[in-house]
Design a protein around this ligand. Structure first.
Ligand SMILES: Nc1ncnc2c1ncn2[C@@H]1O[C@H](COP(=O)(O)OP(=O)(O)O)[C@@H](O)[C@H]1O
Ligand SMILES: [Mg+2]
Length: 274
């Protein structure tokens, strides 16, 4: 069985790719990495043991934008992120990042290409202090005093709780504060792409608003972000572009503004009672 080809004109996702390609002045045939979208998945299939989870995912993450990956529970969003990061191996299809074919690379190599990944469980160390968690995330800093001071001050402005609890064990933070620490760790050094899995999950509304403010500032700094969400209201306020997954495939791709205006489409894609 062959994977769906996004170049096929009849493929809606292929058409969406072409629209993006026009917007970002990319030709499919261009050999210039610079001209490519930052991240592209074409026809990606992933098996987990005996289970066939991803069935030909086509996804484009343009540079300098926030791309929302939406979809019902179990649609395959986390599996897509884990496949990008090499935590699951794609059984078919290809994944390109910043001019590199990363399909078969191992996770440390992929992360070394300057991608930060914040998994659903946040990946922070509960027994260590906030400061130690940050230090471990800063690959080039051996001691806290060597963390980029200006960058640290910028992070403290985005997430004041990180400064407030600097010398406290991370395990003592609330869920929202932990999520903020997890994102802070991802941006402790400049990255080409941030990949974040459901940052609003389980957060109180006030924390969600803080998180939205922080992401708006992150976006303004020009960083490219791929963000998984279930919360459509969070998504509407932040997304530039959007891809919606269902049953292991991307079933819709386009601008977030367009989807935000179309409640019928949201209902049919996300099964939401709005
Ligand atoms: N480790 C695993 N073993 C078996 N099935 C899995 C595993 N992880 C995820 N799945 C299945 O893959 C599908 C997609 O899961 P996931 O990518 O976590 O979805 P989402 O993040 O969109 O909620 C689900 O049906 C889920 O049960
Ligand atoms: Mg998930």
């Amino acid at each position: 069985m062959s994977a769906p080809n996004p170049a096929t004109p009849s493929s809606p996702v292929g058409e969406a790719f072409d629209q993006w390609a026009q917007v970002t002045r990319v030709a499919r045939s261009t050999p210039l990495a610079r001209a490519e979208p930052l991240l592209t998945l074409r026809g990606v299939h992933t098996h987990i043991g005996a289970y066939h989870i991803l069935h030909g995912v086509d996804l484009v993450v343009p540079r300098g934008q926030l791309t929302m990956l939406l979809g019902r529970n179990g649609a395959g969003k986390t599996t897509t992120l884990r496949t990008i990061m090499g935590l699951w191996q794609a059984s078919q299809g290809d994944i390109r990042f910043n001019g590199h074919d990363i399909t078969k690379l191992h996770t440390p190599h992929i992360a070394g290409l300057n991608i930060a990944y914040v998994p659903e469980n946040m990946g922070i160390f509960s027994d260590l202090t906030v400061k130690e968690n940050m230090l471990l995330a800063a690959r080039s800093a051996k001691r806290a005093q060597h963390m980029d001071e200006a960058r640290l001050q910028w992070i403290f402005k985005l997430f004041p709780a990180v400064e407030k609890f600097w010398n406290h064990p991370a395990g003592k933070l609330s869920g929202g504060q932990k999520q903020m620490l997890a994102v802070s760790r991802a941006i402790v050094e400049p990255r080409d792409l941030l990949i974040i899995d459901e940052p609003s999950k389980g957060l109180a509304p006030v924390m969600i608003n803080n998180m939205i403010d922080a992401f708006q500032q992150l976006k303004a700094s020009g960083v490219s972000i791929l963000l998984v969400e279930q919360n459509i209201h969070f998504a509407k306020r932040l997304g530039d572009t959007v891809a919606v997954m269902d049953d292991g495939r991307v079933v819709h791709a386009g601008s977030m503004a367009e989807l935000a205006q179309d409640e019928a489409l949201q209902r049919s894609l996300l099964g939401l009672a709005l």
